[in-house]
Ligand binder design. Structure first.
Ligand SMILES: [Ca+2]
Ligand SMILES: [Ca+2]
Length: 486
């Protein structure tokens, strides 16, 4: 594109017979010198289509636009040159961050930043993914080997606003997750997660996880993919959404979490790698309870504040006794026996209840979202729990609640897993692993129910795997009722 009268060069996707106008999928404007440049863009379509190269004359007719060597290669690519990407979300990070931004400190959504940088250390990626050279840029989760980030601290990279059309898009990118020394015993490098956040409408502000990967994945760039569906007939077609790429450090870890070459195309794709697919009902209780809810029935009323605040009988102790009857997120000022989070060894980041010296046993309930019936027989509920008991009987039970009981029958609530604390020393609570099979042929939800007069349980990293599993710990197994025995 050479000459001072150069306007624009565009690539349009045209679907013959469709009323919708041609869609611009690539566009550069202005003069770029007497020289050839390589350009690329992902093209996808469920139906037949045509591509159109459109040249637009600028302020005068002095200049030439030329194209050559058009070819098609299977697979996805990030729009090149980067200026042709506009607000598509594609980014090679070679020139800037293409509208992807760090969360603003004022919004207090995260703790530190992603940095756009090139290779500078031996442990990080030796090259970026786009150019495969030391000079190529990528986004790097900030770290300092001399002062590693605290476990559970996170940085958000936020996309430009996209409009939700109800059509599926596929997001792909490359990640580099490397740790020099791997600790097989527990929380390790950290996590990389992709969320979608609706900016408006019915679900305004709601964050849904699409893709997540934990810990060391090898010392190389690897490909990631996830489908993104936003919008539906119920929502306004233009209600915008954003993609959030979240990096989280494990405790005191020295390693690399980096990403490069983000690209989108219209159409569906399968999540890749498969293990990174987000799981409904999964929660690591970092800063929210996800879709889990405290469902404790009718807790005693909170003492009302007196007319004169100075003479109120409402004390700190009453408040903590009241709070103890519910499942809630741990906080620095309210957590059991300084117990650390299981996921990242963060100071907080799990859910718990702590009942303080009650005359009769209390039973706080934590309720999962509702799960639809599945074609698989069962899924394996997996979680970490930590008991801390002072009283006689402190127990944790898991119930499966049938959401579509046979007509005329009451809601069925079946005990499937139970641990009582009198069986172990709980002076210093520690995380233990639990799992149990849950029947999934009919719609259901899961409930964790505590039971204590003086003590409680913490819970973290709840997730589900396909298929049956053995009950763990073994002593938590519950004899099935006679009707379910073969
Ligand atoms: Ca790059
Ligand atoms: Ca956690």
């Amino acid at each position: 594109m050479f000459g001072n009268g150069i306007g624009s060069l565009r690539v349009l996707k045209r679907v013959p017979g469709e009323e919708a106008p041609d869609r611009v999928i690539w566009e550069v404007s202005g003069e770029s010198g007497n020289k050839w440049y390589r350009a690329q863009v992902s093209v996808s379509s469920a139906t037949s289509y045509q591509l159109v190269f459109e040249g637009i004359v600028g302020s005068n007719s002095l200049g030439n636009i030329a194209i050559d060597s058009v070819s098609f290669v299977p697979g996805t690519c990030t729009i090149t040159p980067q200026t042709a990407a506009k607000n598509s979300g594609d980014c090679t990070f070679e020139e800037d961050s293409c509208g992807w931004t760090n969360a603003l400190p004022v919004d207090a959504l995260d703790d530190f930043d992603w940095a756009r940088q090139y290779s500078y250390s031996v442990s990080g990626p030796a090259t970026d993914h786009t150019k495969g050279t030391k000079e190529g840029y990528y986004m790097n989760l900030l770290s300092n080997p001399q002062a590693p980030q605290r476990g559970g601290t996170r940085a958000w990279l936020i996309s430009p606003l996209f409009s939700a059309t109800g059509r599926t898009r596929c997001l792909s990118f490359y990640y580099f997750m490397y740790e020099r020394s791997i600790d097989p015993a527990g929380p390790s490098l950290g996590s990389l997660r992709v969320h979608v956040k609706s900016a408006a409408g019915e679900a305004g502000g709601k964050i849904t996880t699409l893709w997540r990967l934990h810990n060391h994945q090898g010392q190389r760039w690897q490909t990631a993919r996830t489908p993104v569906v936003m919008g539906s007939e119920r929502a306004a077609p233009s209600s915008p959404y954003q993609i959030i790429i979240e990096g989280i450090w494990g405790d005191g870890r020295v390693g690399v979490i980096a990403l490069d070459d983000i690209s989108f195309f219209d159409g569906d794709c399968s999540s890749h790698p498969l293990k990174a697919t987000a799981v409904i009902g999964e929660c690591s209780f970092d800063r929210s309870m996800c879709d889990w809810k405290n469902n404790t029935e009718a807790p005693p009323p909170i003492l009302e504040l007196g007319a004169h605040r100075t003479t109120t009988k409402f004390t700190k102790h009453d408040l903590s006794a009241q709070e103890g009857l519910t499942w809630r997120l741990a906080s620095i000022i309210s957590r059991p026996a300084n117990l650390q989070d299981h996921t990242f060894r963060a100071p907080t980041g799990y859910v718990f209840f702590d009942i303080f010296n009650q005359a009769s046993a209390q039973s706080p309930i934590l309720r999962s979202p509702d799960f639809a019936a599945s074609q698989n027989d069962a899924s394996c509920l997996s979680f970490w729990f930590a008991p801390f008991g002072r009283g006689e009987a402190t127990a944790l039970s898991v119930f499966r609640v049938e959401l579509t009981p046979p007509e005329g029958e009451k809601e069925q609530r079946l005990l499937i897993w139970k641990m009582a604390t009198k069986k172990f020393d709980t002076s210093r609570p520690d995380w233990m692993y639990g799992q149990v099979s849950v029947a999934t042929l009919t719609a259901y939800r899961v409930e964790f129910e505590g039971e204590a007069t003086d003590g409680g349980f913490a819970l973290d990293d709840v997730t589900f795997y396909d298929g049956n599993c053995q009950t763990r710990p073994e002593r938590a197994a519950v004899e099935p009722p006679p009707s379910e025995k073969f």
